[in-house]
Design a protein around this ligand. Structure first.
Ligand SMILES: Cc1ncc(COP(=O)(O)O)c(C=O)c1O
Length: 403
């Protein structure tokens, strides 16, 4: 099983190529939770995610013959970039199979780092099958994204950094996809400070570890569905599962809406951009998915920042809805001059801002002398939104909330 010394060796090997990422105390999240929250900002790692660590450790320990033959891997995105850059640095040829619908930003970045990208398969598992075909045919070494001791050792270097940067840490929260990241971090930390709690977090729509822990054996999901594409994995790896059973204290889940909220808060309050998987650790803390004490020193690992800009737009909108700062409503007005004015006056009096107004006259659901009006509004928070709705209804408007 993965050892502390393997992780310490990895650190020496990869030190020149990776960034020692910052650990930042967060006033906002400490105030919000009552804990002492220190964010491990691995989203500032080169390539935008921790994956470079494991890929470098794996590729630099290949034999000369293996390096000459090249490597192949499958990835939904971040491992692809890590392998591409690690291989380019080592002068090794890399073929990377990515699922057909992998985020465009991740595909482009992988190419930029020097990887040859093959788009194949609906998800990670199908891409992986194709990558294994290439492995056999071209005699390349397969660099697994998580089920590999060298890869896990590389990811574990984050655990060494956490203990050095925050020696009084009591709880570390780590996202889980295939389980390589948490296996490395848990090993590095438990070997040195066994009392530090390690909490794993999965997305609700990709919670294979929860199912597997309950069953006592690995359970795969037939499909996965989450905005956190970095952890959208159908199954935990074999080696990680053993390590998780032994070294992880608790595994919890968060929903996509909760992930969107944490991501939006990080952006607005901490000026920090993360991807969905990068927000789940903080999300689990904000949603009280596990128990903790006041002033407990907690480190959520923000493991990646590679998010497609169009996904980001949707996620921020969802986050604003969660925060009560965006409200979409529909009401029916008589289709005559001045009818809209009364409605708008109430909205203005209440201090809400109108983003959009849309009139709909063709709907069969309304009378021919009426018009349906949809409004998108900026509100100050849940209480303000509720107050505005109550005032409109008191004034006689029938209001449906659409978002
Ligand atoms: C940003 C991010 N977070 C977390 C993970 C999950 O890592 P692991 O598969 O080692 O559990 C990944 C995996 O790709 C990732 O890209």
């Amino acid at each position: 099983m993965l050892s502390l010394s393997a992780i310490q060796d990895a650190r020496e090997r990869i030190a020149d190529a990776v960034r020692l990422t910052p650990m930042e105390y967060s006033y906002t999240f400490s105030e919000r939770t009552g804990a002492a929250v220190h964010l491990k900002l691995e989203n500032f790692q080169r390539t935008g995610a921790f994956k470079l660590r494991g890929a470098l450790n794996r590729i630099t320990t290949l034999s000369a013959a293996e390096q000459d033959a090249g490597v192949v891997t499958a990835s939904a995105g971040n491992h692809a970039q890590g392998v591409a850059l690690a291989a380019t640095r080592a002068g090794v040829d890399a073929t990377i199979v990515m699922p057909e619908h992998a985020p465009i930003s991740k595909v482009k970045a992988t190419r930029r780092y020097g990887g040859r990208v093959v788009l194949d398969g609906v998800d990670y598992e199908e891409a992986q099958a194709r990558a294994h075909e290439i492995e056999e045919k071209e005699d390349r070494t397969y660099v697994h994204a998580f089920d590999d001791e060298m890869v896990m050792a590389g990811q574990g270097t984050i655990g060494l950094e956490i203990l050095e940067q925050q020696p009084d840490v009591e709880t570390v929260i780590v996202p889980i996809g295939g389980g390589g990241l948490i296996s490395g971090i848990a090993t590095a930390i438990k070997a040195q400070q066994p009392d530090v709690r390690i909490i794993g977090v999965q997305a609700e729509g990709a919670s294979s570890v929860i199912d597997s822990l309950a069953a006592g054996e690995i359970r795969s999901r037939d499909s996965v569905d989450t905005v956190a594409d970095g952890i959208a994995t159908r199954s935990v790896g074999e080696q990680p599962f053993e390590i998780i059973q032994e070294r992880v204290d608790e595994v919890v889940t968060v929903s996509d809406e909760e992930i969107a909220l944490a991501l939006t808060l990080l952006l607005e309050r901490s000026k920090t951009l993360v991807e969905g998987a990068g927000a789940v650790a903080l999300s689990a803390l904000l949603e009280d998915r596990f128990e903790y004490d006041d002033d407990e020193v907690i480190v959520p690992v923000l493991c990646g920042g590679n998010i497609d800009m169009n996904v980001l737009t949707t996620v921020i909108l969802r986050g604003m809805i969660q925060l009560g700062r965006y409200l979409k409503i529909r009401t029916v007005l008589p289709d005559q001059p001045g009818a809209l004015e009364g409605l708008i006056e109430i909205i203005a009096d209440k201090g809400a801002n109108i983003y959009e107004i849309h009139h709909e006259r063709a709907s069969r659901e309304i009378g021919m002398s009426d018009t349906s009006v949809e409004l998108e509004l900026e509100t100050h928070g849940p209480e303000h939104a509720a107050d505005l709705l109550a005032t409109l209804r008191d004034a006689g408007y029938t209001v449906d909330v659409l978002e």
